[in-house]
Write a protein that binds this ligand. Structure first.
Ligand code: DGL
Length: 259
């Protein structure tokens, strides 16, 4: 039996992290939770996110022997990691904007941060910038519509390239040479961003999170005590997805109901 991990987000953003995990650790059982019923996370308060995520994690870990949880969402990770770590015994891995690698990569010392309203405005992000990019100019662009556009893209709807261009225009105007995709939904537009601004390096944390998870799992014995599954489950709340984009990931799809 392989390690069982839960990757969670407000929707399909965290799948950009999930795909890096299964690429690096193919024998893992990687469950996914899309919390559609509470979408979006980027505008929610810290307290609302804490309560919601604790509830969902308790529900899932009652039935599945989870070895680690990946909060594949910058908006939640920059707010609730400490809270969750205090309440559960298994390890949590969070996703935070890739400011540190961006500061190493930039040549002109101008970095963009494209993220949700929550992430852009969190004290956690201020600290990251002060610690790792104090010698850079960081241009922050918050976009909630981009999160919805990513959900629409994965539901099979066409992307409006002009709308994308408008969202990233402040970064182009500021002449950033490196841009942090500080929301896990945004790597779904990497190709489009590259097409609009090929001279910008678009970076995210997906691969780094997969490497971190691999390290965290090393000392953990596979948890076989509880009744466990060896197939990955795609949990969701709220509306189901119209497009079966999970087909080639061979997930079992399960809705989490609330009374
Ligand atoms: N994908 C998430 C993030 O990384 C959440 C987006 C949202 O629901 O607002 O921030």
């Amino acid at each position: 039996m392989s390690h069982q991990v839960l990757v969670m987000d407000s929707g399909i953003g965290g799948l950009t992290v999930h795909r890096e995990i299964i690429k690096l650790i193919p024998d893992i059982t990687c469950h996914y939770l899309a919390d559609n019923g509470f979408f979006p996370y980027g505008t929610k308060t810290e307290q609302a996110l804490e309560e919601r995520m604790e509830l969902l994690i308790r529900r899932i870990t009652k039935q599945h022997a989870i070895d680690a949880v990946v909060i594949a969402c910058n908006s939640a990770s920059t707010a609730v990691l400490d809270y969750l770590r205090e309440r559960f015994e298994f390890p949590f891995i969070g996703v935070v904007p890739a400011i540190k690698p961006a500061a190493k990569l930039t040549k002109n010392k101008k970095i963009g941060l494209l993220a949700t309203e929550g992430t852009v405005n969190r004290p956690y992000t201020d600290k990251l910038i002060a610690e790792f990019a104090s010698d850079c100019e960081v241009i922050r662009v918050a976009s909630q519509p981009l999160v919805t556009m990513a959900e629409m893209k994965l539901n099979g709807l066409p992307t409006d390239i002009n709308a994308l261009q408008e969202i990233i225009q402040p970064l182009i105007n500021a002449a950033v040479d490196t841009c942090v995709l500080g929301c896990t939904h945004f790597p779904w537009f990497r190709n489009e961003f590259k097409l609009i601004a090929p001279y910008i390096e678009w970076i995210d944390s997906g691969e780094a999170i997969a490497r971190r998870l691999e390290q965290v799992l090393l000392p953990i014995k596979d948890n076989c005590d509880k009744s466990s599954t060896d197939y990955p489950v795609f949990f969701y709340t709220g509306n189901s997805y119209e497009q079966d984009f999970t087909k080639n990931l061979s997930f079992n799809i399960t809705k989490i109901e609330f009374n």
